[in-house]
Design a protein around this ligand. Sequence first.
Ligand code: SF4
Length: 95
Amino acid sequence: MVEAYEIDVLREPRLIAADPHYAGKSLEEALHELQEEFKCVLVAGGRPCIFLDAASTCSIYPTRPNECVAMQAGEQQCQTSRKAEGLSPLATVGS
Ligand code: SF4
């Protein structure tokens, strides 16, 4: 599960397109909910992330949410998520 917050959406407004809750809402309306109602944007969870491209890379990598930045490729949470999705383990950097 990947959640994005106000600071993430300010940096990457396309994130609101990932969550059906914000369908049909303007960026201003979404930001209002994020700021005033302390909601988040569900970027991925129970469904693939819409920013994962055909080559299985992140199409918004430079402006991805902070939660994505925090997860290092190959770390335990990454490996657990890959296993849950039926993907092979990822070699860690330097191994
Ligand atoms: S790193 Fe990119 S593709 Fe992966 S969950 Fe985050 S936004 Fe989606």
